[in-house]
Ligand binder design. Structure first.
Ligand code: AMP
Length: 288
């Protein structure tokens, strides 16, 4: 049995531990999470363990990225199970701070990313990406790793994080890892735990919409036709659609010829909101 992973709960202690390891010449990988860990998170940890000498994982349900009326209070908190899941994967440190260690009393500082934070999740969840950028920046300061690992599952988030790291000149590399899915195609997500059995069955419609998008994209369809194709399985499954479209993979503007695109989908099943996406290769005729 692997030994217990040390839990660290202050930025100062975390910086000290990572700093000492780096001073000893070790390459450090960092996987930020909100806990309720699943195989998607584990895939990031495994990639980090392959590419680095030591791995740090943070578990922090970040209050500033949840809007009023969102699921901050009920977000699953499963620390003991998370630690058990991480134990066999060679994680050296788990950083699990209290909110006051990340946001000191009278904290008044936020990071606002524009560009890729506009539209889609940024439009539907005002302030969400400011919360994400602020916490990721603070986590990267507390865990001064060589490389941080993020999931393509949260596509727009990866664009926001990359832009912030570039704009602020943060000394870290960002690696984006593929989305891990259940056998029926549903993207793994901590929020899947909210779904009733019936909703769980209907949730496959998100991936079905992305499959439709990929086929229509490949066939040369224009954006309107792709959107129509995506909506069919979503509407049939009773998903309340927030958006279902295809955009440029980097700018999130309309797709253009010769550039990678991404199909994005977000919708609600009962009180559960799910997002997913699928990368699409460049095609010669862009929007068709
Ligand atoms: P979260 O705990 O949901 O904030 O996610 C922490 C990290 O894990 C983020 O970089 C997510 O994009 C990534 N992640 C979440 N779900 C998956 C998945 N199904 N496959 C790969 N990465 C994921």
């Amino acid at each position: 049995m692997p030994g217990a992973i040390p839990l660290i709960d202050t930025p100062a202690a975390m910086r000290q531990a990572v700093g000492a390891a780096r001073a000893a010449g070790r390459r450090i990988g960092f996987v930020p999470t909100m806990g309720a860990l699943h195989a998607g998170h584990v895939s990031l940890v495994e990639r980090a363990a392959r590419e680095c000498d030591d791995v740090a994982v943070s578990i922090f349900v970040n209050p500033t990225q949840f809007g009023p009326g969102e699921d901050f209070a009920r977000y699953p908190r499963t620390l003991a199970a998370d630690l058990a899941l991480l134990a066999p994967h060679g994680v050296r440190w788990v950083y699990a701070p209290e909110a006051a260690a990340v946001y000191p009393p009278a904290d008044a500082t936020r990071i606002v990313v524009e560009g890729p934070a506009r539209g889609f999740e940024g439009a539907i969840r005002p302030g969400h990406f400011s919360g994400v950028a602020t916490v990721v920046c603070r986590l990267l300061l507390a865990v001064p790793a060589d490389v941080a690992y993020f999931g393509a599952k949260d596509w727009q988030q990866t664009l926001v994080v990359r832009r912030m790291v570039r704009d602020l000149g943060l000394p870290i590399s960002i690696v984006v890892c593929p989305t891990v899915r259940e056998a029926d195609g549903l993207a793994m997500s901590s929020r899947n735990a909210y779904l009733s059995a019936a909703e769980r069955a209907r949730a496959t419609a998100l991936n079905a919409a992305l499959e439709r998008a990929a086929a229509a994209w490949e066939a040369g369809a224009d954006v309107a036709a792709i959107e129509a194709a995506m909506r069919e399985p979503l509407l049939a499954a009773g998903v309340a659609i927030d958006y279902a479209t295809v955009v440029d993979a980097e700018s999130l503007a309309s797709p253009t010829a010769g550039r990678s695109a991404v199909a994005l989908v977000a919708g609600r099943l009962g009180t559960t909101r799910l997002i997913d996406n699928r990368a699409l290769p460049p095609r010669s005729d862009g929007d068709g």
